[in-house]
Design a protein around this ligand. Sequence first.
Ligand SMILES: [Zn+2]
Length: 347
Amino acid sequence: MTQGLSPLLVSHPVFHTPRHTGRHPLAIRRVGALIDLLQTLHWLAPDQYHEGTAASRETLLRFHTAAYVDALQSANDPRADLTMLRETFKIGTLDNPLYPGLYERTALLVGNALAAAELALQRRTVFFTAGGTHHGRPDRASGFCFTNDPVFALSHWLQRGLSRIAYVDFDAHHGDGVEDAFASDPRVLCISLHEQKRWPNSGQHSTPTALNFAVPSGFDDPALAVLLDEHILPALDRFAPEAILVMSGADALKGDPLCGLALSIPALRAALLATLSRAPISMIVGGGGYNPWNAVRHWAALWAALQIDPHPVPDRLPSAARLILEELEAPRIPKSRVAPEWLDRLD
Ligand SMILES: [Zn+2]
């Protein structure tokens, strides 16, 4: 990137271990493995890592209803009404299981998103890997998301006086929660590329404040290049955003167990970098991605490319780095289906 300051990675130890268990698609180690990999490769200088603090209840109320924040805060109380939590707030469903420390983790997610958004104003590209809960709603959990950290980050930029902000979502699922949050706000342009006939099945049409590109399963690198050059980048150039928040889209990569898109890591990275180049202020959130080998390799190679002097990506990873990838597990991907290149290459 062309900024004068080196990029920052924002995270917190609470995100480095998965909270989900069993066969939940997020019962996979992603952010912790990424940090381990970057440190092993000597790609994460101490002054490039920032830990944010938890958001206050008052901060959560900027987007969420008081009843929902109450529900999150009391969800782990032994006296909690689990039926009400599940039916009214979608907390404790199969998609959004209740786990110990739910409220603390949610508040940390929002607090770190706000810290990342503020740091990005210093014109350093900020990568908040644990972020990207784009389905979260003001009054309920949705699609593995208990809050909506992109909404908080974008709102922070608006509060700080920016008036043309783009949100570009390469995740394989439609960024419905973000689009709806800013549906009547012309200061925020939402662009979402997502798989057709895939939950939440919205985003089939564009609106005055949202450009939606619902693409078929099997959508591949040449198709992405056309969409980018003919639609996404020209739209960004017309809008001329002061800041861009990009969702990294690891579940749009070929080999994701939940989605059917077929992008390669280099092609998706090229699209992300071209998008980020359209504004002087930029932030990336990790988002979905249920193949941990893909997510970790995609994020590591993206981080390498974001540097002022990009780290060269080795043809074959050193053994300590391969070991980190070999130790990953995913409930939806049997070991027999782990491709050899997932273990020794980044792209
Ligand atoms: Zn997704």
